[in-house]
Design a protein around this ligand. Sequence first.
Ligand code: NAD
Length: 479
Amino acid sequence: MTLHRKNLIDGEWLGEAGSRNINPSNTNDVVGEYASAGPDEAKQAIAAAKAAFPAWSRSGPLARHAVLKKTSDEIMARKDEIGRSLAREEGKTLAEGVGETIRAAQIFDFFAGETLRLSGEMVPSVRPGVGVEMTREGVGVVGIITPWNFPIAIPAWKIAPALAYGNTIVFKPAELVPESAWTIVDILHRAGLPKGVLNLVMGKGSVVGQAMLDSPDVNAISFTGSVGTGKRVAAASVEHMCKFQLEMGGKNPLVVLDDADLAVAIDCAVNGAYFSTGQRCTASSRLIVTDGIHDRFVDAVKERLDKLVIGDALDAKTQIGPVVDQTQLKQDEDYIAIGRQEGAELAFGGDRLERGTPGFYLQPALFVGSNNAMRISREEIFGPVANVIRVKDYDEALAVANDTPFGLTSGICTTSLKHATHFKRNSEAGMVMVNLPTAGVDFHVPFGGRKGSSYGPREQGRYAMEFYTTVKTAYTFAG
Ligand code: NAD
């Protein structure tokens, strides 16, 4: 049975469901058909969110807690079904889909708790008899624009704090993954959100997203996606003096030193570079390896890659699912060709794979003999492609790790306390991992990067408050 999903605008499910959502593991499988909004529907959604803001922003913490907690409970109870549906539309494995769904439930639970922990400050004024209160208020209508690679976790980590702190929302998910977006909105709607507080406008970025950017009634935009779109969000936001937050690409380094535990380094590299088909902003796409361990490391990675099961995301045995769609597959293959033209040696993989169903299967690719000036080292590929850069020592490794326009995550595998400590202090990334994959972060602590990877306050954990609230300073003279 084909699903037909509509947009949620001012508490009503609206629009014709006509846009098809295809399973990347089997392109004959249509997950469902989805409404594709135009600019007028985007404007209606913004108007509904604006009208709903005064009441929602003044609702008590218990009302917000109830909706967020109920949502968390339902997502957790349905984790297998939702995780499977996520894997079907995005192509990550069943285990990854269920894991991401559990994470979304945990995020809603965390922010349900935060509704009850809002606090302010009160200080005496420099003027006798005057009191000063500093409180936080919701920002207003928040536009939430999300990418396809974490179809439920990224919407959750934006929607949950936005609601917890009293904002209303216009949510525009990526076109490739509407089912996960629809599911989360359906659950929140049934959990008791008043009409207009959360609006779902599925559709094209250039149409719906652009209408959100063009509206003076959107007070803040939280965006995750590519650098190119992020720059458009920034330029448009400045035009309206709209608050904005950008989470964009990465070219994350994993440094492996001679003294590393080889088994740990292999786990970190293979997980970080290739799991979720390498389609993570936090993927370790640059493997920076010192001379003394280089050859052993490369041989062991190749051996591990050879054993990975690449196949249908819904098959429980699969370890790496397909690439998300034809466009991304072409981008991956183009970069594999570029790496060869630049003189890097393709040491493993890189070929299209045939499976029982038509899908976008690609063998994980590993380059060796690359340097940090090559395009494969500087540009985000966003697929199961990584390159090894050989360096002589720790100092060169750190310099190469930091020589990038991005700064989301970085990692080091070493048994040296001295090098681990120095790396944590001197790596120019927002998140640093020691003997852990660069991808895979906790849900209750800040997430975000530096340089070309991020702009604005951090997401997740208590730090999310910086973006989703604005501070008010009130003075009272009591006489
Ligand atoms: P994308 O920029 O193509 O799209 C992201 C969102 O922006 C989509 O919803 C899209 O419809 C919308 N959009 C497109 N054009 C728009 C416009 N003119 N106005 C407003 N919205 C518009 O990115 P993508 O391909 O979906 O996602 C992949 C990218 O996301 C990668 O670069 C990846 O690194 C990045 N990403 C970053 C993080 C992070 O936290 N740093 C996390 C996940 C993904």
